[in-house]
Design a protein around this ligand. Structure first.
Ligand code: CIR
Length: 282
């Protein structure tokens, strides 16, 4: 029996729980971000795109924050934390839903302490957040919220126990979930490097995942292989934040009635980061 099947407590993954009324989860008022530290380039990466230029990192981050403000969000910007070079990727430290907050337990050892460092800030908005506990590991980048359903990525960061604990927490709040194993996909670090839910029942998907039967009931926008990085986009109120430099994808979004807002992401891409990783939105 595998670890997921062996899970004893709480609802099984993929269990159907009576869904709560549909709601629109891309309506946000707030975002938490963390200013990149001067040792940003010492973070983890699996890509070979060169060393990020720190002035470019700061510039792109500032523009990202400005874009969130243009979308109507109030930003809580945390100071740079030199103890954790990857800590500007705040998305990995928590899963925020309309009904709860769950602190994660990042799968990379060098990032474990990031949760304690952001705990107080999250608690100021969500008193008594839930937690993923050992031996579970989970990165927020593996969690894709699509209205009342969550896709939970099993990756080299998020393990079966982490996904199981999160599914239980979500089910208690009336959300359903299903697991997608991305461990065999070498082109993506996290599930959300390959898919994004952008509202209107629409999923953005990389070619490698487009045929997944779990996505059948969604409108799908397939991202061409040469534009795969653009799949990590974020619906924020009336806009969809997209990485600049992926014209086919931006045009496809516009053709379908979405309103793309292009942002330069080259320096974050060098460290495996995308648009969603840079903020926690709620
Ligand atoms: C890491 O490897 O953990 C960071 N360099 C990048 C994290 C990107 N986070 C995300 O996609 N949610």
């Amino acid at each position: 029996m595998d670890a997921l099947a062996a899970a004893s407590a709480g609802p099984k993954l993929n269990a159907t729980v009576k869904p709560s009324p549909k709601r629109t989860r891309h309506v946000f008022k707030n975002a938490i971000v963390r200013i990149p530290g001067s040792n940003f380039a010492q973070g983890l990466t699996t890509v070979w795109l060169g060393v990020p230029r720190f002035d470019g990192v700061l510039q792109q981050h500032a523009r990202y924050c400005e874009a969130l403000r243009e979308c109507g969000l109030t930003i809580t910007a945390l100071d740079a934390d030199l103890d954790y070079p990857d800590s500007t990727f705040v998305e990995d430290t928590a899963v925020l839903t309309a009904r709860s907050a769950i602190l994660t337990r990042p799968g990379a050892r060098s990032r474990e302490g990031e949760v304690a460092a952001i705990h107080q800030t999250i608690s100021s908005f969500f008193p008594a957040p839930l937690e993923i506990e050992a031996p579970g590991t989970l990165d927020g980048g593996d969690i894709c919220e699509a209205e009342n359903h969550f896709f939970l990525g099993l990756s080299h960061r998020t393990n079966e126990e982490g996904a199981r604990q999160l599914a239980v927490h979500l089910a208690r709040h009336g959300y359903t979930s299903s697991v997608i194993d991305v461990r065999g996909m070498t082109s993506i670090l996290h599930l959300k490097s390959g898919i994004a839910y952008i509202g209107n029942n629409t999923l953005v998907v990389i070619e490698e995942m487009a045929g997944n039967p779990l996505f059948q009931s969604y409108e799908r926008i397939r991202v061409a292989v040469e534009e795969s990085y653009a799949a990590n986009c974020v619906r924020v109120n009336q806009r969809v934040l997209v990485a600049a430099g992926y014209p086919q994808f931006a045009a496809e979004l516009a053709a379908r009635g979405f309103n793309p807002l292009e942002l330069e992401m080259s320096e974050f891409q060098k460290m495996d980061g995308g648009l969603s990783c840079l903020s926690l939105r709620f």
